[in-house]
Design a protein around this ligand. Structure first.
Ligand code: GSH
Ligand code: FE2
Length: 287
């Protein structure tokens, strides 16, 4: 099985990992889950993270074809739109993004928001394939954390978004609107049915207690043996009970409110108002 070339970028502000994945035979690349820096205090976006990713792409002579989102992130703003403007790369996301747009479009009363996914260039159904040079990318629908979550399988590597994290940390939360712990368990079993030597790349690392270094790469075999929440032998009922109890203890992500409003627009800012300034809204006593 072929291996793509992978370079990871860790954002310490949101504990998110972005990836540049390329085909060594053609230098075609995709960017998975790029981050647009956002300072919540000033409401200011910055391209520092995106610029370092683009500098790498240029230095390596790679050609970006796709920006692939594993889901509409609730904890950081996507640089998808900025990346598309800069490089012409197309943005792909799971087809169920339309459900996420409907839910949050209603919550934020975003009257101008089209909820048919048109902000993205491609909506992937389960099992769809796209080319990465001489390699193939297969999209697997892996809902649970959100209804639109997908995993990207590229050769012997899997970019699993927010399903599992490193074995010593466990799994993603399932308490966002449209989240579902039973669906998450089933998605995890789908991923864990891949060959044991499949390399797994996580979307976040929160450094489990007792570990002193961030890490985001593991394998199917390691997850099956050791994942705190979903190793082999943990039943669906046990998982759902654990996940539901744990989710009750978690605070909402610090950037949830701005991130969701931008990310359901593929990372584009809302339209400017008649004073030339774009705004995000804060729904009071609604989340
Ligand atoms: N403290 C973080 C929490 C982020 C968060 O909730 N992350 C989600 C993924 S978007 C998750 O699954 N977290 C699992 C956990 O915190 O145990 C923040 O404020 O950004
Ligand atoms: Fe997430």
């Amino acid at each position: 099985m072929t291996s793509p070339q992978i370079r990871s970028f860790f954002d310490t502000a949101t504990h998110s990992v972005s990836y540049v994945v390329s085909d060594p035979a053609t230098n075609a690349c995709v960017i998975i889950d790029p981050v647009l820096d956002y300072d919540a205090v000033s409401g200011r976006t910055s391209r520092r993270s995106l610029d370092s990713l683009l500098a790498f792409i240029r230095a390596e002579g790679l050609t970006p074809h796709w920006c692939l989102e594993t889901h509409a992130h609730a904890d950081h703003v996507s640089a998808g739109h900025a990346l598309r403007q800069e490089t012409g790369a197309k943005i792909g996301i799971g087809a169920k993004i339309v459900d996420v747009q409907k839910t949050f479009g209603a919550l934020f009363n975003m009257k101008d928001l089209a909820t048919d996914g048109r902000q993205f260039d491609r909506l992937f159904a389960d099992g769809e394939e796209i080319a990465l040079g001489t390699l193939k990318i297969r999209v697997i629908h892996t809902p649970g954390h959100t209804p639109a979550c997908v995993t990207y399988l590229i050769g012997d590597t899997a970019f699993i978004g927010d399903t599992m994290f490193m074995p010593d940390y466990g799994s993603a939360r399932a308490d966002f609107p449209g989240g579902n712990a039973i669906a998450l368990y089933k998605s995890v079993r789908k991923i864990l049915a891949l060959p044991g030597n499949t390399r797994i790349f996580c979307c976040h690392d929160y450094k489990a207690p007792g570990r002193d270094k961030y890490a985001w790469e593991t394998t199917v075999a390691q997850q099956r043996r050791a994942n705190l929440h979903v190793r082999d032998g943990v039943s669906e009922d046990e998982f759902v009970a654990m996940r539901t109890a744990r989710d009750k203890t978690l605070n909402m992500p610090a950037l949830l409110i701005p991130a969701i409003q931008l990310n359901i627009r593929a990372g584009a800012l809302p339209p400017v108002e008649d004073n030339g300034i774009a705004y995000v809204k804060v729904p009071l006593n609604a989340i």
